[in-house]
Design a protein around this ligand. Structure first.
Ligand code: UD1
Ligand code: MG
Length: 449
């Protein structure tokens, strides 16, 4: 196994994003572009990851360390070109890895398999390997110049002759280097070009002048799409969602209308799960086999047990733990609550900071009043209990196993096991009262037509 150093260039400001946030911190499928790239690097087997950021980009450094705690962060103090950016990580390069791969923080759709394919020419003796692609419009990209099928140079758009501009095969930006010569190659790159920048791409010509070969691996256009604007971010999101939907389908889930289901990068979804149209999954969701997520539900930070039914129009918030066969119905919100197997909360309820025992039924319109304006309090409901419709459970409070709570109760005291609690005004019937009242109120008025 060849050791791998991945250097991620993340110095871009991303002015076209019109954002106060650095570009690489914008998110796709629930995590930053930078985190996607770091994840790809890690999954491709990188022994070390280095992230090159611009000056005063502390937020980017923080995100890099959060997403990849082992990552080293380097600062490129002045924007002098891509080769100069890579050299900011000189200290990591000097440690002598077999392979060095350079990725861009704003190119988030690259897969680990593609990194492996890109590195293959290095194992076969090449000094440089370039990820090529054929964009619909090559304007702006570096063109790959070949001679008898061999890559001999990369010509940047601004420096290209009309004949070179006609070449369709372009540089996607990802490049790989033989780690033993990378520093030497980069050190020989000059800046005599249209932009006056140190071009990383010149490594191909430098290697050739030293008698070393360069290789190309061609990737699909979609995979190497870079993000420079909000519109491109939305396009990348669409591509990422298409991948996630495909993975869910391949894993044995049914998506009735895949285009309307939105996944997070980490959504785990089992076999024979049915997802109806218009469902959104936020971060940290695990849906077990055979569960059904009905239309228009929003699910994040939740674990849904096997065979459970959620929705339509349900909201599961972080810490929702639904056991096997639980039913959570329409207009129900669950947050930080453990629902044991067989629990039913079918209509119009809020259950938060709670634990509910097996097979308990929670009636329509039940609310756990968990917040006093300062702190959250817990509601503990036992197994096989029955909470009547329109009950308010004022936490902290508990309801024992097998207890009944009468409809319309406001429960402020603990309910013992197997007890019946009624916490509402007693009903009074006054015979004939309504008729007398009507007579009194209508006195002197013209009869109704
Ligand atoms: C680069 C490639 C080009 C390729 C294209 C693909 C070079 C010289 N050219 O061109 O062949 O077709 O990407 O999108 O590499 N960066 C720094 N510091 C710098 C300069 C750049 O960190 O001093 C970062 C940028 O933030 C960006 C990446 O490197 O993430 C590429 O730089 P950019 O200026 O966008 O290069 P392109 O002209 O697009
Ligand atoms: Mg660019």
């Amino acid at each position: 196994m060849r050791s791998l150093l991945v250097i991620v260039l993340a110095a871009g400001e991303g002015t076209r994003m019109r954002s106060s946030r650095p570009k690489v911190l914008h998110a796709l499928a629930g995590r930053s572009m930078l985190a996607h790239v770091l994840d790809t690097a890690t999954r491709a087997g990188a022994a070390q990851v280095a992230v090159v950021i611009g000056p005063d980009h502390d937020a980017v450094a923080d995100e890099a360390r959060r997403a990849a705690p082992e990552a080293e962060v380097f600062v490129q103090t002045e924007r002098r070109g891509t080769a100069d950016a890579v050299l900011a990580a000189r200290e990591a390069l000097a440690r002598g890895f077999d392979d060095v791969v350079v990725m861009y923080g704003d190119t988030p759709l690259v897969r680990p398999e593609t990194l492996a394919a890109l590195r293959a020419p290095l194992a076969a003796g090449a000094a440089v390997a370039v990820l090529g692609f054929r964009p619909e419009d090559p304007a702006g990209y570096g063109r790959l110049l070949t001679d008898e099928g061999e890559l001999v140079a990369i010509r940047e758009d601004k420096d290209a002759s009309p004949a070179e501009k006609a070449i369709g095969l372009c540089n996607a930006g990802l490049m790989a280097f033989d780690g033993r010569v990378a520093l030497d190659l980069l050190g020989r790159i000059g800046n005599a070009n249209a932009k006056g920048e140190f071009y990383l791409t010149d490594a191909v010509e430098v290697a050739r002048s030293l008698g070393r070969r360069s290789g190309v691996h061609e990737a699909a256009v979609e995979e190497v799409a870079g993000v420079n604007s909000r519109a491109q971010l939305a396009e990348a999101e669409a591509l990422m969602q298409a991948r996630l939907r495909r993975a869910a389908l391949d894993g044995g889930a049914t998506l009735v209308a895949p285009q309307t289901v939105f996944f997070c990068h980490d959504t785990r979804i089992g076999r024979d799960v049915l997802v109806e149209p218009n469902v959104v999954f936020g971060p940290g969701v695990h849906i077990e086999d055979g569960a059904t997520i009905r239309a228009f539900s929003h699910v994040e930070g939740a674990h849904v047990g096997a065979g459970a039914i959620v929705g339509p129009f349900a909201r599961l918030r972080p810490g929702a733990e639904l056991g096997q066969g639980v039913h959570v119905g329409n207009f129900v919100e669950i947050k930080a609550a453990d629902l044991a197997p067989g629990v039913k909360v079918n209509h119009l309820s809020y259950v938060g900071d709670s634990s509910v025992g097996a097979n308990t039924n929670i009636g329509a319109g039940t609310i756990t009043c968990n917040y006093d304006g300062f702190r959250k309090h817990r509601t503990l409901i036992g197994a096989n209990s029955f909470i009547g419709t329109n009950t308010l459970l004022v936490a902290p409070v508990s309801v024992g196993d097998g207890a009944y709570v009468g409809t319309g109760s406001v429960i402020t005291e603990d309910v013992p096991a197997d007890a019946l609690a009624i916490g509402r005004a007693r009903q009074v019937n006054k015979p004939g009262f309504a008729a007398r009242l009507r007579e009194r109120l209508s006195a002197g008025l013209a009869p109704k037509k």
